[in-house]
Ligand binder design. Structure first.
Ligand SMILES: CC(C)(COP(=O)(O)OP(=O)(O)OC[C@H]1O[C@@H](n2cnc3c(N)ncnc32)[C@H](O)[C@@H]1OP(=O)(O)O)[C@@H](O)C(=O)NCCC(=O)NCCS
Length: 187
């Protein structure tokens, strides 16, 4: 709840969008800084392979964070978060939570029911971050925990939006019928 209140403020300033090839040059140093264990060759492979699934958060046109997700062809139900990161300067401002909302939105749009991710157990801040954002633990190994969030809740927002649109459509239909009825009666 706390983060949602704060993110309303950030919503006006933060733009989350698909990362264009032109923006890769600026994104690479951020990935390197946040995930030094990934080799430069692997970073460029990831960006080329998951081009469509790489999203960035822009603050005043500067990249402050990103996420990359992937899907598994024989599992039409799930989207996996591969990497998510916010540069140090901009952490704890709700931007990471906004990125998770964007990821869930993409999953819904593409027809997936679940978003999953694995995180190292010693990454306490991130495990708290996922729990705070409604992810539930579904399994664990000695090193990693896997979390899952179903897209149902976010879906209900879309459904209620659609219901509103249907209501507007009904009102327009009713007006149209009244006009038609008026002309029929006058004629
Ligand atoms: C994990 C990560 C992406 C979270 O991003 P973030 O932008 O800091 O996340 P949020 O701000 O949405 O939430 C994180 C914390 O900030 C707090 N917060 C949220 N909005 C806030 C605001 N406007 N002001 C102050 N605090 C806020 C939250 O309560 C939360 O605190 P808590 O977890 O201590 O309770 C970021 O820490 C990161 O990049 N880590 C390094 C890379 C990494 O480990 N990635 C995950 C690998 S699996």
């Amino acid at each position: 709840m706390k983060s949602l209140c704060h993110t309303t403020h950030w919503d006006d300033k933060i733009v989350i969008k698909n990362c264009s090839c032109l923006q890769w040059r600026k994104l690479v140093p951020i990935i390197k800084e946040l995930f030094p264990e990934i080799s430069p060759a692997k970073i460029s492979w990831i960006l080329r392979t998951y081009k469509k699934n790489t999203y960035i958060a822009l603050l005043d046109n500067d990249i402050v964070g990103f996420y990359i997700y992937y899907t598994i062809s024989n599992n039409p139900d799930e989207v996996w978060l591969d990497y998510i990161g916010i540069n140090k300067k901009n952490r704890n401002r709700g931007i990471g939570s906004l990125l998770l909302i964007s990821l869930l939105d993409n999953a819904i749009t593409e027809g997936f029911n679940k978003v999953l991710l694995s995180v190292r157990k010693n990454n306490i801040h991130s495990t708290n971050f996922y729990k705070k954002n409604g992810f539930k633990q579904i399994s664990e190994t000695t090193e990693q925990i896997t979390y899952c969030k179903e897209t149902d809740n976010s879906n209900s927002v879309k459904k209620s939006f659609n219901r509103k649109s249907e209501t507007s459509a009904n009102i327009i239909n009713k007006i149209y019928l009244k006009i038609l009825y008026f002309f029929i009666v006058v004629l």
